[in-house]
Design a protein around this ligand. Structure first.
Ligand SMILES: Cc1cc2nc3c(=O)[nH]c(=O)nc-3n(C[C@H](O)[C@H](O)[C@H](O)COP(=O)(O)O)c2cc1C
Length: 270
């Protein structure tokens, strides 16, 4: 069985790549994409697109200097809707973890490329949305990755206590809950903002984001939330914590925005 928690601990954003990808890796990733597990029925298609098509679309000052150049990219196509972006984050992050298990490097990229030109170069119809892409390849042996991280503190994380909304149950430090909270804590998020806040009850863990603006399309928070849901549910799968992901009719606490819940099948989490 896949050790999802180990893959979650091992994954990190890679920003420097070897020039080429082996034909085997290319075909393995090509096979992974159609098998992606989804959260809801939003349209989602994943394309493999080469550097030659993507690199001319990097734009602006940051696009030129902070861009992540890899030999290949995963380009997920969906519609412009927060639930569709949540689904995209959920589905693509599992693929990323599978790629981590194949010793491939990955990095989510949320901006600095011309979304419209990319959509038209793929011949997509109006209304399609490409909110983020994923750079991938064989990690380069250079030290640039480490330097970038140290400089930007791009891999620092909030404490578990800081991503839990409301009281931390006394059983949170033992049993299965702790590794599940760690799995969320180490999720990647745009500009490492870690917007997830989790409310824990014996019946369910409810996922919120800090910002109300999150509901608006254009913010990458829905993708961050989908990624967190992916990490939590894969952790539950590995630790045999039965339950289901469900969007409940929740009253959202002030300052938060509700997204989804993991509803436990039993109270055995304690
Ligand atoms: C939706 C999304 C968009 C991102 N966009 C960028 C980006 O444009 N450029 C970049 O270098 N990293 C980008 N990242 C990577 C984050 O900076 C990174 O995940 C975070 O700093 C945590 O570091 P780690 O992935 O090494 O654990 C993005 C991550 C996510 C989830």
């Amino acid at each position: 069985m896949t050790n999802w928690l180990e893959l979650i601990g091992r994954r990190q954003s890679i920003r420097q790549y070897e020039k080429d990808v082996s034909p085997l890796s290319l075909s393995e990733v090509g096979e992974l994409l159609p098998q992606a597990e989804t959260l809801n029925n939003s349209p989602l298609a994943m394309h493999l697109v080469s550097a030659e098509k993507i690199h001319p679309l990097f734009k602006g000052f940051l696009g030129r200097f902070a861009r992540v150049m890899s030999p290949w990219y995963i380009v997920p196509v969906t519609i412009n809707n927060p639930m569709a972006w949540l689904n995209l984050g959920f589905a693509l992050e599992k693929t990323i973890l599978e790629m981590t298990g194949m010793d491939l490097g990955t990095c989510w990229l949320g901006g600095y490329y011309d979304r419209e030109k990319l959509a038209s170069s793929l011949g997509l119809k109006q209304g399609s949305s490409i909110p983020a892409i994923v750079a991938w390849g064989h990690p380069s042996k250079q030290t640039w990755n480490k330097i970038m991280k140290k400089a930007g503190r791009l891999n620092a994380r909030k404490k578990v206590e800081d991503i839990v909304h409301g009281p931390m149950p006394d059983y949170a430090h033992k049993g299965h809950l702790r590794p599940l909270l760690e799995a969320v804590r180490w999720a990647p998020s745009a500009v490492n903002r870690q917007p997830w806040r989790l409310e824990i009850s014996p019946e369910a863990v409810h996922f919120y984001s800090v910002s109300k603006k999150a509901a608006l399309a254009g913010s990458l928070v829905p993708i961050d939330m989908g990624i967190a849901l992916c990490h939590f549910s894969l952790g539950c799968r590995q630790l045999n914590v039965p339950g289901r992901l469900e969007r409940l009719k929740k009253k959202t606490p002030r300052g938060l925005h509700y997204w989804y819940s993991y509803v436990f099948a039993s109270e055995e989490l304690k």
